[in-house]
Design a protein around this ligand. Structure first.
Ligand code: SF4
Length: 341
């Protein structure tokens, strides 16, 4: 059961730099250090160094500080801890569950939907989520210099059907602001692009990322910026996250949230309702609730469709319609997400 209330105390906070880049560089990358921060003994969890070698552990301190010390089932901890379940193999779970390799026409671009296109801005994330559908993505093949980005810009210029560019990754906000400001200015000069969507988890895991430097470039052009956050559990939102979100909304950005339905983390209607309420309090609209993508290493997070539909039905009874995210699944080679209900 996800833990939304508990007598356990939060992890002991340590003093952290106000600079987001320093916080990023100081992310915890070892299982032992993470467990030690939370006063947990290794025998309380089925951790796996092998899983950590296949997909490294990475979690910034502000996110750890929202975990409950002494709770081995903490819903934030379970999202980031490498465990033996990840080593299960099943033919139904693979390294490219959305077949994105078929839609990667040139380095840095994933073009799988009509009228919009994803730019793989950064190969890095501030946090490594164990259920990530891009945990095996060939980022090295999509890494490019500023000069090579001109090729991606030419691709966008030539396809006049594209009206929206989505900054994705990795986490696009792991890139530096000088580069992002340059790229955004170039895109704004392409007359058929109307909107810029930024899909990011960085404001959640390191709220200091939303600083004046970010706000300057994100609001400097004629493009309408939309920020899509990724938050799975209400415990991820503390006062610092709420303050970062407020900076986004004060700057006139629309802020949406997408979640993934995850076993033992948010797989009950009460936890999801609490998340939607908290998001709304912060000025964020719940957008999508994704079913887990069948990515190798994440099958233990997955739920049967019948269970997902049952939870979703209960959620609909707890909330007004505008707080209920759409329950969706991504089916490879379709032009949009597919509604499950
Ligand atoms: S932040 Fe997003 S892209 Fe990065 S590991 Fe988590 S889910 Fe994947």
């Amino acid at each position: 059961m996800p833990t939304t209330t508990s007598n356990l105390s939060p992890a002991q906070p340590i003093s952290i730099s106000p600079d987001w880049k320093v916080q990023l560089s100081q992310a915890v990358t070892s299982i032992d250090e993470l467990l030690s921060c939370l006063d947990l003994a290794p025998e309380q969890l089925s951790t796996s160094q092998q899983a950590a070698s296949a997909f490294s552990l990475k979690v910034p301190r502000p996110f750890i500080d929202r975990m409950q010390s002494g709770n081995p089932r903490d819903p934030l901890l379970l999202q980031v801890l490498p465990v033996t379940d990840e080593m299960q193999q099943s033919p139904d779970y693979n390294k490219d569950p959305l077949e994105e390799s078929k839609h990667n026409p040139i380095a840095g671009i994933v073009h799988k939907y009509a009228n919009r296109l994803l730019l793989v801005i950064s190969p890095a994330c501030a946090i490594n989520c164990r259920y990530c559908f891009r945990r095996h993505f060939p980022y090295d093949e999509n890494r490019q210099s500023k000069q090579q980005w001109q090729t991606a810009l030419d691709y966008i210029r030539q396809d006049k059907s594209i009206n929206e560019v989505i900054y994705s990754g990795g986490d696009p906000l792991a890139a530096n602001d000088n580069f992002l400001a340059w790229l955004t200015t170039e895109i704004a000069e392409i007359s058929h692009i109307k909107r810029l969507r930024i899909h990011t988890r960085l404001p959640v895991v390191i709220p200091a990322r939303i600083d004046q430097s970010f706000l300057n470039w994100a609001t400097a052009t004629r493009l309408k910026p939309i920020v899509v956050l990724h938050i799975n559990h209400a415990n991820e939102i503390d006062a610092e996250v709420a303050s970062a979100i407020q900076k986004l909304t004060d700057a006139g950005m629309q802020v949406l949230n997408q979640s993934v339905l995850l076993r033992e983390i948010n797989d009950n209607a009460m936890a999801l309702a609490e998340l939607s309420e908290r998001l709304f309090d912060c000025g964020v609209s719940p957008y999508y609730l994704h079913l887990c993508d069948p990515v190798a290493g994440a099958q233990h997070f997955d739920l049967d469709d019948s269970v997902a539909k049952q939870i979703y039905g209960e959620l609909q009874c707890l909330l007004p319609g505008f707080l209920v995210p759409k329950l969706v699944r991504e089916i490879p080679n379709r032009q949009s997400k597919t509604l499950v209900i």
